[in-house]
Write a new protein. Sequence first.
Length: 290
Amino acid sequence: MRALEREGIRARAVPTPGPGTGAKVAQEALAGDPDLILAVGGDGTINEVANGMVHSHVPLGILPAGTANVLAVELGLGNRIEPAVRMIPQCAPERVSIGRVQTALGSRYFLMMAGIGLDAHIVYEMNPRLKTALGKLSYWLGGVASVRRRVMQFDAIVNKETHRCGFVLASRVRNYGGDLTIASNASLLENDFEVVLFRGSSPFRYLFYFLGVATGTLPGLRGITIDRAQTVEARCPEDQRVYVQVDGEYAGRLPARVEIVESGLTLLMPADAHTRLAVKVTEALLPAAG
């Protein structure tokens, strides 16, 4: 609050009473006709607040205070609150598209990504106390534990094609987990997802995929398909428990539908956001000659 005061920003601090309450707090704040709502926390807190602000024209600003701070890093705000506060006067509101996932649990919006299969399984089994104590290391430990067993398979339908997969990522951001890049051409400025599909059930194959992520060679690996789409549908004919996560939070299990909601939110962005978030045109995205 002192950092905001130094920038001449008058604000009222409103705590969230507990998990799952951020959307209601944001809706109550909107009733007071604010100029801006700032979400202070990690990607899960930001997701909750955003769910209470969908279709509002009040801007959502991000102040990073979480485990990975994926959205803050993607926007160029960094991992610390005070430097992010100092950037607010140079930021501008930008209307952006967002994602929505529908499962048996209901409908939920998200800003960054939806993961189906392997990474959602890690999120589902994550111990909240372990996450608080170890931060990002808890996800690495969960990942190591997950690849010791065969990866459950499901069908993903993207652009009318069905793919048999163990993990699908529909992303609006390049950053994944704060340290890695999986969807290298995703952008908050676009009206679609970059969809990365991972085939195979062998845990050893996923170790190979991880090596491709770490070395930046994932797009060229056998078993990887990268596409752009506005919708992704997923189902599991065998009725196994295949989970879904959005922005690092559990969102239900299959069947599921992931879709774009165009111009769904006003997001406060740094001045260089358009340069930072511009889609890189690569050979993989260009049509074949002839």
